[in-house]
Write a protein that binds this ligand. Sequence first.
Ligand SMILES: *Cc1c(COP(=O)(O)O)cnc(C)c1O
Length: 382
Amino acid sequence: MRKRYLMTPGPTPVPSEVLLAQARPMIHHRTDEFSNILAQVIEDLKYVFQTKNDVAVFASSGTGAMESAVSNLFSAGDKVIVTSNGKFGDRFVQIAEAYGLEVKKLEYEWDTVVDPKDVGDELAKDAGIKGVFVTQSETSTGVLNDVKAVGEIVKNHQAILVVDSITGIGAVDLKTDEWGLDVVMTGSQKGLMLPPGLAAVSISDKAWEAASRSSLPKFYFSYKKAIDSINKAQPTTPFTPPVSLIVGLSEALKMMRDEGLEGMIERHSMLAEATRRGLESMGIKLFAPSNGRGSAVTPAWVPDGIDGKALVKKMKEEQGITIAGGQDRLSGKVFRIGHLGYFDRFDILTTLAGLEMTLVELGYDFEPGSGVRAAEETFLNK
Ligand SMILES: *Cc1c(COP(=O)(O)O)cnc(C)c1O
């Protein structure tokens, strides 16, 4: 028997309370019972998104919600700015181009943050720009971009600000209304502590105005269809919803409300700090820059002389601990420890211990125990 630990930034572990809620007998979605659950879920999502804007849910992974922002808000030929310092920024470029938008890509090295000033400069150069896309928490690199600063710039322009907070929400602060974020999205298998398959999006009044001008084709992901259904006397969804995921989400949101946003953000920040200090004490270099480290995932450079893919594989097969490897150009070069969602201190200590044991066996020269000790000290000092 090997006990298993899922230490990735999506999918993330699902609490037993949520698993059990999802195992309840199926209910029909056109009933008062389901409507009441959905209404509560939407209200609780607004709490987590820190918004009074409309919030819709879709049966899709996070990418479906990203695509919905493009198809609902824009028309073919519209000029948009997409900032990219990682794999998920690149995905917004691909989606926008697939829909025929004219993309001005603001590209950054993957170990640097997006500079909000560049967005301001581009907007000042061309008053015709219709949208700005930013990834708050770049899961491929662990970099946290300053969407608040971008919001302050974009709010003075006609452009709509679209924020991928898929690994931001639940781990770091995200004030949708206060920061002027027009469309924000997250996915169920990240901070919401659910299995994959559900996405949520918030839509501001400014975004609704843009939506009314949009001529791109949309049907399943139509914001209008989704919100018209939620606003009915008996709130519902236009198509059959993933009933069990929504029932599970109501339980997860209850847990999030109990902890409170502030507590949740603090816990993630503590777990991230302990992970970083643990790794650095083992002589391992962190990937993300010190001026932009998120709390969802900690990527680090694979030590010299160690095979990165073998490290991840060995930890999974021999220790039962699944961490993530590097994506795209970072494949084999970095490894990533997720701590987004249902995580606590001992998940971090377990993972660091497993990493140390694996590295000892792979012949890495360091002081075994140093990572666990540094993480323990972080927790003891809180
Ligand atoms: C996971 C993730 C996505 C969406 O990925 P899906 O696999 O479609 O859920 C998008 N952006 C970020 C930052 C992510 O972490």
